[in-house]
Ligand binder design. Structure first.
Ligand code: ADP
Ligand code: MG
Length: 272
């Protein structure tokens, strides 16, 4: 029986800033099955990174329940949380986050230090470097690599511990369009050929359009959750309001009528 890779129920993350609080994630429930390729979209500040970091065990939820590949995360002590993260999650960040003093191969091998012992780790890292097309660059440091190459190193690094899920936070955000396309093709290949479960946060409709499911966030909540082939798919990519909301509005006319009615009503009431 297949179980979800991610099972999140009513997740909340509240940040306190002095006396005010920010509900960065405000009651999100999400189920992701093995082999899904999913995009998370939404305006800046809508909670995308916070959600990804919660799912990836980089952050603890304020409340709610999270099960990652069958492992209950919510109540786990810190050491357990770190172990789950090392074993289950491969992260790819917008800023690559490679170690500048290590070469490409050493960067790819880095997570091996935190996972279970792997005698063939180096050979596997070399193979992964090859798979992302960087065999010739294996001994170059990040500063000697292009942005696209650095991000491919980051992908290989994310794969080395054979994670249950790849979490990528705006991975093409710092890349030119050619490198973006190459990276996207790589993610698609990982998903289609190896069944890798991938969640990618993106602003780019081109990236989201290559996935199979788009979850749109607003103010820390799920605004819409649409799959390829659903009627709202194209609208979800464009970032239009929820299908239901768009349909009932049918242009601005109805809203304008409602507003006019309100104004007339108010004037009537306030007349002496
Ligand atoms: P996104 O990735 O969609 O741009 P974030 O998840 O980074 O959104 O942020 C969601 C909200 O939480 C924002 O209002 C942001 O300012 C706030 N936030 C994020 N991280 C912190 C933090 N460490 N401390 C306080 N507020 C934070
Ligand atoms: Mg973000």
């Amino acid at each position: 029986m297949t179980h979800p890779i991610i099972l999140a129920r009513d997740l909340h993350k509240v940040y306190r800033r002095g006396s005010s609080e920010v509900r960065a994630v405000d009651g999100i429930s999400l189920t992701v099955m093995p082999g899904e390729f999913l995009a998370i979209m939404g305006r800046s500040g809508s909670g995308k990174t916070t959600l990804l970091d919660l799912v990836g065990c980089l952050l603890r939820p304020t409340s709610g329940e999270l099960v990652l590949d069958g492992e209950p995360v919510s109540g786990a002590p810190d050491a357990k949380l770190a172990a789950i993260r090392a074993a289950k999650v491969g992260f790819v960040f917008q800023e690559f986050n490679l170690i500048p003093t290590l070469n490409a191969l050493e960067n790819v091998m880095l997570p091996l230090r935190y996972g279970p012992r792997r005698p063939n780790g180096r050979a596997e890292a070399i193979e992964l470097i090859g798979r992302v097309g960087l065999t010739e660059r294996a001994h170059h440091r990040p500063a000697e690599l292009s942005g696209g190459e650095q991000q491919r190193v980051a992908i290989a690094r994310a794969l080395i511990n054979r994670p249950a899920v790849i979490l990528a936070d705006e991975p093409t955000g710092e890349l030119d369009s050619t490198s973006s396309a190459a990276l996207l093709a790589m993610l698609r290949g990982l998903n289609a050929e190896r069944g890798m479960t991938i969640i990618v946060v993106t602003h780019d409709p081109g990236v989201a359009g290559a996935t199979d499911r788009v979850v749109r966030l607003s103010d820390g909540r799920v605004l819409s959750d649409v799959r390829r082939g659903d009627p709202g798919w194209a609208a979800a990519l464009r970032g239009e309001p929820r299908v239901g909301a768009a349909a009932e509005g049918s242009g601005g006319a109805r809203r304008a009528w409602a507003r006019l009615g309100e104004l007339l009503e108010r004037r009537r009431v306030s007349r002496p």
